[in-house]
Design a protein around this ligand. Structure first.
Ligand code: CUK
Ligand code: CUA
Ligand code: CA
Length: 611
């Protein structure tokens, strides 16, 4: 069985290689490197292991995007234990993000999302521990996650854009979030130009990280996929795989080179301050025209249908993965200024195009000058050295490691910061096939942990995960400071605070107030009791429940679920949440606590009586 799988997988690899029509040279590199397996001597031996014994804490937080379910996942690295799911574009009744007025206000009626790229806020090239930002490709939104409580606190709809995909934050300070629209559409998309694809545009959007308001957008030639920023706050960038501006697959693959599109932030901000750009009804943010020759956007020609772009921790290079070319492009960030000034051609920013293998997608860094690039078609991670590739040294390839199977994103510990520490790499593999017990036709993905601290890659752990994390960050735990109990004055409860104050009450008052057909039940939960055991209303009343968890005990969460009403949410210690609904059915409806909070947890309940 295993043997067959192996044979099949080899056949499939060579089949994919053939169908891609790769050059002989690339195939030669592939075989040479596979056989070679050059291993660099380790500088100092550290023990690499994924084992974290019971009672011990991991060294890193892992922040995973979830893909189809629309959330962020928090893991611990290296144990790969899952710690928390943070709902962003989806509902999740586990915490205060269930069916509540707060989540409804932020989600605005949408119930699904597709999250790919989470990046944290920075200060001076490393994480400041304040926020995470994540895209929703399905409805073109960006969510902000507070890291102190690990909950979503804002969502911004990206105007005029479709397929908001690549996202990155400013790395010099808490400033902006940049996101790329992958799909070109008419501007505005109100029924005009439906049949004229050459009039479609794709947009690069800048969102203010503090206010979450859109600052500006730039329309570009081609499209935009992955996003990156430099370390100095000068540039944001995006890969473009559809410079052909085709609407069919074959059109999008016709050119040998597409672009790395680079945005000159200073020039764009200058134009915005001068009032340049166009506006339509949907947004106040100006749209700057970055098509053709212009001072705002530089188009660096890179091969072919590029996907990932990652910046080396020293801030010197952008590594752009070829996807349909077996190469990565090493681009000098320093030279970009000269190219913008017209002193050199955009292509002269490319320092090297080393051949890595088939289907390069994303790159991670160890802070020692080495890259780890996923090879989707080869099902491998390729470790290579940047300086050697630039110098043209033949031994720039250090090691290739089989991963199982078809890796997309890859990340290394602190890889996207200047403090990349070269301890662990995680390869997010899209296919798991024979690695786990079968669970029906939809398989888990396989996130494989690889130790790199010994100077070579060593597979440590297979991590089955619900599909499909696209991206992950591994963050030193010392940078994240979470709160254990909510501050009762937290800004999250602003809506409820005003509501309760307007009634002349305070949180946890345990009072029912009626105003015409509106009923407000302001109640507390203290294990194992709700402050209100019965709430009397009349058919047709609009009922608002405000629930405050007054237990000041770490880890003691209560829930509020109203039977037969599609209402369910949780309140952690110190937290307040509310929900408003109409009483549309006569009868007795028990509300009950959903968290096992006490020996008498099951008795923690009360009745809504609809007369
Ligand atoms: S994309 Cu999924 S593997 Cu959304 Cu970053 Cu490359
Ligand atoms: Cu409160 Cu169970
Ligand atoms: Ca293309």
């Amino acid at each position: 069985m295993n043997k067959n799988n192996l044979v099949m997988s080899k056949d499939r690899r060579s089949f994919l290689r053939k169908t891609l029509g790769v050059s002989v040279a690339a195939a030669a590199v592939y075989f040479a490197s596979g056989a070679m397996n050059v291993v660099k001597a380790a500088s100092k031996k550290k023990v690499v292991s994924h084992v974290v014994n019971p009672g011990e804490l991991d060294k890193y937080y892992g922040f995973w995007s979830s893909g189809q379910s629309g959330e962020v996942r928090v893991l611990a690295v290296p144990s790969m234990r899952e710690l928390k799911l943070i709902p962003c574009f989806n509902y999740d009744c586990t915490n205060g993000w269930g069916i509540t007025n707060y989540s409804k206000q932020i989600l605005k009626g949408y119930t699904v999302g597709d999250t790919h790229h989470l990046h944290l806020s920075y200060n001076n090239g490393t994480y400041d521990g304040k926020f995470g930002f994540i895209n929703d490709k399905s409805t073109g939104r960006v969510a902000r996650v507070r890291l102190d409580v690990m909950e979503t606190d804002a969502i911004t709809k990206v105007p005029y854009a479709q397929g908001t995909h690549g996202l990155f934050t400013s790395r010099h300070k808490l400033d902006a979030v940049f996101c790329n629209s992958e799909f070109a559409i008419p501007l505005p998309n109100d029924g005009r130009d439906i049949e004229n694809p050459d009039k479609y545009v794709a947009l690069h959007t800048c969102i203010d990280a503090k206010t979450m308001k859109v600052r500006w957008q730039v329309m570009i030639d081609g499209n935009l996929d992955l996003c990156a920023t430099d370390y100095q706050g000068k540039y944001s960038m995006g890969t473009c795989y559809n410079s052909e501006e085709g609407v069919l697959l074959e059109d999008m693959m016709s050119a040998d080179r597409d672009h790395l599109t680079v945005f000159n932030l200073e020039k764009i901000e200058e134009a915005v301050n001068q009032g340049k750009g166009i506006k339509f009804k949907e947004s106040d943010a100006p749209i700057i025209d970055g098509r053709g020759k212009n001072p705002y956007v530089l188009y660096i020609p890179v091969p072919k249908n590029p996907h990932g772009v990652n910046i080396s921790p020293d801030g010197k290079y952008a590594i752009c993965s070829g996807k349909l070319s077996p190469t990565a492009s090493v681009i000098s960030i320093e030279k970009i200024a000269d190219a913008f000034a017209g002193k050199i051609a955009p292509k002269d920013c490319i320092l090297a195009e080393p051949e890595l293998g088939l289907g390069p997608l994303h790159t991670a860094f160890d802070g020692r000058g080495n890259c780890y690039t996923t090879l989707f078609l080869d099902s491998m991670v390729c470790m290579w050295n940047i300086d050697k590739a630039i110098k043209g040294d033949k031994d720039y390839l250090i090691q290739k490691l089989d991963v199982h199977y078809q890796p997309g994103h890859i990340n290394a510990s602190m890889s996207e910061t200047k403090d990349a520490d070269g301890n662990y790499v995680v390869s997010l593999n899209k296919f798991s096939k024979d690695r786990f017990l079968p669970v029906g036709p939809s398989y888990p993905d396989n996130d494989q942990l690889i130790g790199i601290s010994e100077g070579r890659m060593k597979l440590l752990h297979d991590g089955p995960v619900a599909p499909e994390p696209h991206d992950a960050l591994i963050v030193n735990r010392s940078l994240i400071k979470t709160v254990k109990i909510w501050n009762i004055n937290d800004r999250k409860f602003a809506y409820e605070r005003k509501l309760v104050q307007d009634l002349g009450l305070e949180f946890g008052a345990n009072k029912i107030v009626r105003k015409d057909d509106k009923v407000f039940a302001i109640m507390s939960s203290i294990a194992p009791n709700y402050g209100l055991k019965v709430i009397d209303v009349n058919l047709g009343d609009e009922v608002t429940i405000v629930q405050t968890n007054l237990d000041k005990v770490e880890d003691l969460t209560h829930g509020f679920c109203l039977s037969e009403h599609n209402l369910n949410f949780g309140v952690s210690p110190g937290e307040t949440a509310s929900v408003t609904f109409r009483a549309t059915r006569r009868g007795v409806f028990w509300y009950y606590c959903t968290w096992f909070c006490h020996a008498l947890h099951l008795e923690m309940r009360g009745r809504l009586l609809v007369h």
